[in-house]
Design a protein around this ligand. Structure first.
Ligand code: ZN
Length: 83
């Protein structure tokens, strides 16, 4: 049985609140809907690595869909400056 290893003191979160990440399978998640372990491991609950969505991608999303990018849980939305 394996255990998740955390540094013994002052663990540093890998994921930040208010940032949307893209999982390897294309899901858009934030730290809230990714889960607490993801916050420190950088992997979602399926074990997939997540990477921060570049700002340019959020702008493209807004232009294509006409609405701000948000995570699948709807708890984090990127508010872009109005053109
Ligand atoms: Zn979320």
């Amino acid at each position: 049985m394996s255990r998740i290893h955390f540094p013994s003191s002052n663990p540093k979160p890998v994921l930040k609140t208010g940032v949307i990440y893209s999982a390897d399978n294309g899901r858009l998640i934030c730290v809230e809907c990714a889960g607490m372990s993801a916050k420190f491991t950088g992997h979602d609950i399926s074990g997939l690595r997540v990477t921060k969505v570049p700002y340019a991608t959020t702008v493209e999303w807004f232009q294509e869909f006409g609405k701000p990018m948000s995570c699948e849980g709807g708890c984090t939305t990127y508010l872009l400056p109005k053109p």
